[in-house]
Design a protein around this ligand. Structure first.
Ligand code: LLP
Length: 444
C-alpha cells in the first residue's frame, strides 16, 4: 500500500496516521473506522487554493460536498478559503449549520425540489446552478414570490465523453444533466435566462465526469465552453462573468493509477481559457472548479478488524472484515481497486495472497482481490487507503449494519467527528402501528 500524507510505520511496526497509532485508534474508537488525515486534507485544499485563487483572486475553488460532507469537514473547507458545492437541502443544512458562509455555497442538482430551492433562496446561497427548464421555471417563480433576484449559472451538457480512453465529443449528449449544447437547448436557455427579471445570469457550468486522468479532456472542455461563450456573445452581445468547469480530477487508488497534479490540472484549464480569451478578445471570466475526490480521497483510510478466514486450497483464501459494501460500496458498484495493509503487522513482509471480503450477505461484497499480506490471523487490523471520497457519503445500513465512526487525526490527537451509529439509531424512525401490536400467533 502506498503511504499517503502523514502515514508512516512506527517503531512498534504499526501503521500510524496523523501521529496516531492505528492500533490505538481501533481500540479507542472500534472498527470499522474511517480515519481522516487532517494535514493531508488541508494541504490538498491549499494546493487547490494556491493553484487557482492565489493568482486570480476572482477564481474560486468550491469543494464538492457529495464526496464527503459532515460538520467538521465543512468547517475545514471554510477555513481553507474554499467555497462549497451542495446538491440537496440535506447537504445545504449540514453546511449552514456548521457556519459555512452562505454566499460561498453553490446549489446544484438535476431535480431540486421547490422546497430545496426556497431553502437556498432564503438562506442566501451564492449561486444556484440551473440544470433544466423545470429548474429555470421553478426558480423564476420562487424568486419573484420572494422578491429576490438570485445569481445563477446554467449547466450545459457540452457533449464530451471523458471516460473512454480517448474522449469523444458526442457521447455525453445523452446525459440527464444540463442543457444540451448540440441541439440548441443551451443557447435557448441562455436567451430565457437573460430575458428574465427574476434571475441574474452570471455564467455557465459544466462537469464532464469523475476520476479523469487525461488533462486533454479538461482542456478540450474549456475550449468547447469558451467557444460557446464566444458564439453567445456574437449572437446576443452578452459576456459571461463566470465559467464553472466542474470537478473530476482523478486520484491514485492503486498501482497503475497515475493522476496529474493539482497544479498541472490548474495550468491546463487556465491556459486553455486564457488562449481562447486572447484569440477571441473575450474578457477572461472568473474560473470556478469543483473538486471533490481529489481533495478528500487520499486523506481517508478505513480500518477493519479481520474475522473469519476461509482457505480453499489451490483456489483462494478469503479474509473477512467487519465492514464491506456498507461502508465502501465502490468496489461492488464500480469495480474500484484499493490497496490495503495489515496495520498491526505493517513492518512484516508478505507471505501470502488473500482476498478481502466484507460481511454482507452477497458474494459481490468484496473489498480487495489478491492482496499480498504477512500471515493474517483473526483480530488483525486491516487498513484500506484512499477511502475518503464517496465511501461515508454512499454508505448504507444494509444487513442492519450501523455506519462506522469517523475520526479526524492530527499531530497525535484524534477527534471523533461522526459518532458510530447504534442499534437504537437503526430503529429510531421505525413505527409499529397499534394494530400490529396484538399477540403473535402461537404455533399450531
Ligand atoms: N461537480 C459536479 C456537478 C459533480 O457532479 C461532481 C461529481 C463533482 C463536481 C465532483 O467530482 P470529483 O472531483 O469528486 O470527481 N460516486 C462516484 C462519483 C460520482 C461523482 C458525481 N459527481 C464514485 O464513487 O466514484
Amino acid at each position: 500500500m502506498r503511504l499517503q500524507g502523514t502515514m508512516r510505520i512506527n517503531a512498534a511496526g504499526h501503521l500510524e496516521i496523523g501521529g496516531c497509532d492505528t492500533v490505538d485508534l481501533a481500540r479507542d474508537f472500534g472498527t470499522p473506522l474511517y480515519v481522516i488525515d487532517e494535514a493531508l486534507l488541508r494541504s490538498n485544499c491549499r494546493e487547490y487554493y494556491d493553484a487557482f485563487t492565489k493568482e486570480n483572486s476572482n477564481d474560486l475553488v468550491i469543494y464538492a460536498g457529495k464526496a464527503f460532507l459532515v460538520g467538521a469537514m465543512s468547517r475545514i473547507v471554510a477555513e481553507e478559503g474554499l467555497g462549497l458545492d451542495v446538491v440537496s437541502g440535506g447537504e445545504l443544512s449540514i453546511a449552514l449549520s456548521s457556519g459555512f458562509p452562505a454566499e460561498k455555497i453553490f446549489l446544484h442538482g438535476n431535480n431540486k425540489s421547490p422546497a430545496e430551492m426556497l431553502y437556498a433562496l432564503k438562506s442566501g446561497v451564492g449561486r444556484i446552478v440551473i440544470d433544466n427548464y423545470f429548474d429555470l421555471e421553478t426558480l423564476e417563480k420562487l424568486a419573484s414570490q420572494e422578491g429576490v433576484r438570485p445569481a445563477v449559472l446554467l449547466r450545459i451538457a457540452p457533449g464530451i465523453e471523458a471516460h473512454t480512453h480517448s474522449f469523444i465529443t458526442t457521447g455525453q449528449t445523452d446525459s440527464k444533466f444540463g442543457f444540451t449544447l448540440a441541439n440548441g437547448d443551451a443557447l435557448n436557455a441562455v436567451k430565457i435566462a437573460l430575458a428574465s427579471n427574476d434571475i441574474v445570469l452570471k455564467g455557465l457550468h459544466c462537469h464532464i465526469g469523475s476520476q479523469i486522468f487525461e488533462l486533454d479532456a479538461f482542456r478540450h472542455t474549456a475550449q468547447v465552453m469558451m467557444k460557446f461563450l464566444k458564439e453567445i456573445r456574437d449572437e446576443l452581445g452578452w459576456t459571461a462573468e463566470e465559467l464553472d468547469l466542474g470537478g473530476g480530477l482523478g486520484v491514485y487508488y492503486s498501482d497503475g493509477d497515475n493522476p496529474p497534479s493539482i497544479k498541472d490540472y490548474a495550468v491546463a484549464i487556465q491556459s486553455s481559457v486564457d488562449d481562447c480569451c486572447q484569440k477571441w478578445g473575450y474578457p477572461r471570466p472568473s474560473l470556478i472548479v469543483e473538486p471533490g475526490r481529489s481533495i478528500i480521497s487520499p486523506a481517508g483510510t478505513t480500518l477493519y478488524t479481520i474475522g473469519g478466514i476461509k482457505d480453499i486450497p489451490g483456489i483462494r483464501k478469503y479474509v473477512a472484515v467487519d465492514g464491506g459494501m456498507t461502508d465502501n460500496p465502490r468496489v461492488a458498484l464500480y469495480q474500484a481497486k484499493y490497496e490495503g495493509l495489515i496495520a498491526n503487522k505493517a513492518d512484516m513482509s508478505a507471505q501470502e495472497v488473500v482476498s478481502v471480503t466484507g460481511r454482507c450477505c452477497e458474494s459481490g461484497d468484496m473489498l480487495i482481490w489478491d492482496l499480498a499480506v504477512p500471515k493474517v490471523e483473526p483480530g488483525d487490523l486491516l487498513a484500506i487507503s484512499c477511502t475518503g471520497a464517496y465511501n461515508y457519503s454512499m454508505s448504507s445500513n444494509y444487513n442492519g449494519l450501523p455506519r462506522p465512526a469517523v475520526v479526524l487525526v492530527k499531530d497525535g490527537s484524534a477527534d471523533l467527528i461522526v459518532e458510530r451509529e447504534t442499534y437504537e439509531d437503526l430503529r429510531r424512525r421505525h413505527r409499529i402501528p397499534p394494530r400490529l401490536l396484538g399477540t403473535c400467533r402461537q404455533k399450531g
